[in-house]
Ligand binder design. Sequence first.
Ligand code: AMP
Length: 372
Amino acid sequence: MTSFNEFGLAEPILRALAQEKYVTPTPIQAQTIPLACQNRDVIGIAQTGTGKTAAFALPILNHLFNKRQRPAQKSCRVLVLSPTRELSGQIADSFRAYGRHIRPLEIALAIGGVPINRQVRALARGAEVLVATPGRLLDLVHQRALRLDQIEVLVLDEADRMLDMGFIHDIKKIVAMLPKQRQTLFFSATMPQEIIRLADAMLREPARVAVTPQATTVDRIEQRVILTEKASKASLLIEVLKTEKTDRVLVFTRTKHGADKVVRGLQKAGHAAEAIHGNKSQNQRERVLAAFRNGRLRTLIATDIAARGIDVDGVSHVVNYDLPNIPESYVHRIGRTARAGAEGVAISFCDHEERAYLRDIERLIRMTIPAT
Ligand code: AMP
């Protein structure tokens, strides 16, 4: 598939895609869109950065455009479940961007960490699309602010992370409230046994599509490791920021405490830097992410959990200030750069105690990272 025009998507959607400067569908889009447009259930194995949001958002918008009808009060026609507030916000933004020429189109967001009342009011008149984290969605249902019996399409995004984050029971509860007659689009970066079982219970004769993110993302990233000592990492980071041609830098630490320490060190040295992690309020996180996205803030420090769902284009460098103890996290981290076809650099600081982590990572990605 060489162009979006070949999917038979409605003209207002194609116009929005042209404005987004999307020319060629990504592999997950090329595979998913035709199946989803035929109302098939789909299991998509793809991680963030592959274009999976548009892979489900475009056929859904096409369906809403072709079958226009106002949603019932306190109800929605499409439900997208995602594991984090940030990711939910980004998915809602994507629907708004691709659906900007479709009216009426109400995209509602139901996430924790912000007052529920506004969400209750937003849902009172109904929404075409609701993007939600599972806990807040259940709160809204229990408050009778939302009914789930009219849902036509369900999307479960990042199912494996939902599982990691302990949402499986909430998801099962939610699915039990949905109409049996619906379309389900299910996305996960990995397919462990428990995810396969969950998918089996939720989907009807699903088509399975997969892209291999590891190889494709990792291939475009220039990876380097700097062997160092713990005490030297702070000055090393300042050195990297000085010598590398950086645009947007995402620095990963293993702990929240570590993230704050790095911020203080950089600020002392005269570098503007901010951290996002679980101890920050939703407001703070949104403010910092917005600054990073629009380029006012060039250096962002994050922990693995906080970085879930961060979707910022133009991250030129990922710096692993600490190496992750879970090798898959390395792939997730460096996948934040080199998005949507761009090139990226990933620099990892590895102290003495982290050599074993480095070996595990190299085994996973099946390559030796050049050391300097
Ligand atoms: P996602 O995997 O959905 O988080 O998307 C990763 C990034 O790729 C997002 O910033 C999208 O805006 C961008 N993107 C998605 N599809 C395309 C496409 N077909 N052409 C160019 N950029 C895209």
